[in-house]
Design a protein around this ligand. Sequence first.
Ligand code: K1U
Ligand code: ZN
Length: 171
Amino acid sequence: MALLPILVYPDPRLHTVARPIAQVDDRIRRLADDMLETMYDADGVGLAATQVDVHERLIVIDTSSERQAPRVLVNPEIVWRSEALSTAEEGCLSVPQIYDKVERAAQVRVRALGRDGHPYEFDADGLLAVCVQHEMDHLMGKVFVEYLSAFKRDRIKSKMKKRYPESVRAR
Ligand code: K1U
Ligand code: ZN
């Protein structure tokens, strides 16, 4: 397994739209394992392939308190979202040390292929619902700061450029 470099906002590669994965093979399983290792190492609860400069529809998530319930989602889709909205504080491994509130659907139903290539569905609320929607935005080239005002976003951009001139996180 390997730790992968995480792109830092405003790297333009974070705005790439990911393509669907044709087959869940050993390459995808290895990438998912490397992404999980990278996510745990960075103390994250999710990671999208976009953030490690791979533009394919793959995300990994673990919102469990024991950090022992990894989820692999290949070609994820939100098949239902609640009308009810909920506002939660978000962070992003590609925007280190920045947290702000974002409003999203309170509950979602998600369909994806697992690490074994088989389809599965689950319902999410709370942190899991926030995380799924945040990661799926990454696959569409959207970073959570794009929900904030232009003023806040510009301030964050300048901070990130100053702290991470190489546009990847140092380990
Ligand atoms: O996509 C990412 O960069 C991962 C991101 C996922 C996420 C967490 C919380 C809300 C929205 C999206 C993170 O893991 S941020 C760091 C983190 O561990 C965390 C932040 C807030 C609450 C819980 C965890
Ligand atoms: Zn993120």
